[in-house]
Design a binder for this molecule. Structure first.
Ligand SMILES: [Zn+2]
Length: 138
């Protein structure tokens, strides 16, 4: 189950290997103000693999906010939000914004809207270590 995508101008590319078909992938659109503003629909497949390739890092932003424990990767040139990356006890992990995938329409589960407000940083990092997907950044 391979999927690819990236930002609009082509500076950032994404490759995904997922363990189940897109119409069975749970999606999330959490209640934080960043997700509200971007209309994100994110996935994380702990049994999958993600690869984010950036042609020119001077045109990519690693935006941090809130607990400042994850990098929200955006293209500075075209503004597309790719996903969030976090260093955890089980290595580098990510969630990917399905809206940046070429076959975004195939991901048709209604997104859940969890509220992570009030979560401690320790709990947040261990949740990501378990639930976010392994990623390599290039
Ligand atoms: Zn771009």
């Amino acid at each position: 189950m391979r999927h690819s995508g990236g930002c609009h101008c082509g500076n950032i590319r994404v490759q995904l290997e997922l363990s189940r078909p897109p119409d069975q992938m749970p999606l999330r659109s959490c209640s934080c103000s960043f997700c509200r503003a971007h209309g994100t629909r994110t996935l994380s497949d702990r049994n999958g693999l993600a690869e984010i390739t950036v042609a020119d890092w001077s045109l990519a932003e690693k935006y941090r906010f809130g607990s400042r424990t994850a990098d929200y990767v955006l293209c500075r040139r075209c503004g597309v939000y790719i996903g969030a990356v976090c260093e955890t006890g089980s290595g580098l992990r990510a969630v990917i914004n399905t809206n940046c995938l070429d076959d975004r329409a195939a991901f048709n589960q209604p997104p859940a809207a969890p509220d992570y407000d009030g979560e401690t940083t320790d709990v947040r990092l261990s949740r990501r270590a378990t639930n976010w997907m392994p990623v390599t950044l290039r």
